[in-house]
Design a protein around this ligand. Structure first.
Ligand code: SF4
Length: 309
């Protein structure tokens, strides 16, 4: 019953914006999303952290639209336009067909990417997968963390692996770069709740796939080393330095940032190394770092059937 308070598309308050869009009456809110399944793309992805992708990849379901507006978003083709997939994923059965095919090639993970504004659609998919008795499916909640803590509480026992970002330490920056008021405190509360549910450890299968746990991601932005260091300090001091951290260096300019004097370039090696040093000093030992050379592998093109190939 707790769920009803938030999951009402007559007057949407699912995410922290609580913008009250009448999504059942064809109105879209800040997230540009209505009341349908809202799927932009589904693909098997091999480029996530090793225990997320595993040997057989993860079946990632990307929702269209977003409840943030990061000026540098690499998924801008689907997050800014709210554009749905050119393939038809209007019905749950269409989604299940893709998942079934992925399962035939031994892919167990089902990742929900940017799900914060599409929780009811995510639940519909999860319930149908469970009805199919695909009990070894691993649900991964891959979020920007602009989530209400109360919504994360509802996810307890339903999500196997949390994969949240922690993007900003200062609200000024979250407003300037992502139009996201109160992001630091909101995201921290959401991640603390994920930590309450999962702790810092990761439970791995025999094959090394994460079956339960929490991995916090942080993308280092060009010209914003201090923000990254502060984010790590907050995580260490307010949660734990036992957390698994995925420190990402994959920033690459998009057509939206090509004229921006700060964001028109890749991250420099010295910037990334400075943040790595801070991570070490704070005592973080669990997690993953990225090679700067691999950034081209992470730039999706959602106009293609397989955006990451
Ligand atoms: S999920 Fe979308 S419509 Fe609902 S409150 Fe957030 S931005 Fe508004």
């Amino acid at each position: 019953m707790k769920a009803m308070k938030f999951f009402n598309y007559n007057y949407c308050k699912i995410c922290p914006r609580s913008c009250g869009a009448k999504r059942n009456a064809n109105e879209t809110g800040f997230c540009l999303s209505g009341n349908d399944l809202n799927i932009a793309s589904i693909s098997i992805h091999h480029g996530e952290e090793p225990p997320i992708s595993g040997e057989h990849g993860i079946c990632n379901i990307f929702f269209a639209g977003c409840n943030m507006r990061c000026i540098y978003c690499q998924n801008y083709q689907i997050s800014r336009s709210g554009k749905k997939s050119s393939k038809s994923y209007e019905k749950i059965e269409d989604v299940l067909k893709f998942i079934e095919q992925a399962r035939r090639s031994k892919c167990r993970g089902i990742g929900f990417v940017s799900p914060s504004h599409s929780i009811p659609a995510m639940f519909d998919i999860m319930n149908t997968v469970r009805e199919k008795k695909w009990n070894d499916a691993i649900f991964v909640y891959n979020t920007n963390s602009y989530d209400k803590k109360e919504v994360v509480e509802i996810l307890e026992g339903k999500i196997e692996v949390y994969l949240p970002d922690f993007k900003y330490a200062d609200e000024e920056l979250s407003i300037k770069l992502s139009s996201a008021p109160k992001y630091p405190s909101i995201a921290l509360k959401a991640i603390k709740e994920m930590y309450r549910q999962k702790g810092a450890g990761i439970k791995l299968s025999k094959e090394g796939v994460a079956e339960s746990g929490l991995i916090v991601r942080h993308l280092v932005l060009p010209g914003h080393v201090e923000n990254s260091k502060k984010c790590l300090r907050i995580l260490a001091e307010e949660i734990s330095n036992e957390l698994h951290i995925s420190l990402m260096s994959q920033y690459h300019p998009t057509p939206q940032t090509k004229d921006n004097p700060i964001f028109n370039r890749d991250l420099r090696r010295d910037e990334y190394e400075e943040v790595l040093e801070e991570m070490e000093q704070l005592g973080f030992k669990n997690g993953w770092i990225q090679s700067l050379e691999s950034r081209d592998n992470y730039n999706p093109d959602f106009s293609k059937e397989e955006p990451f190939r």
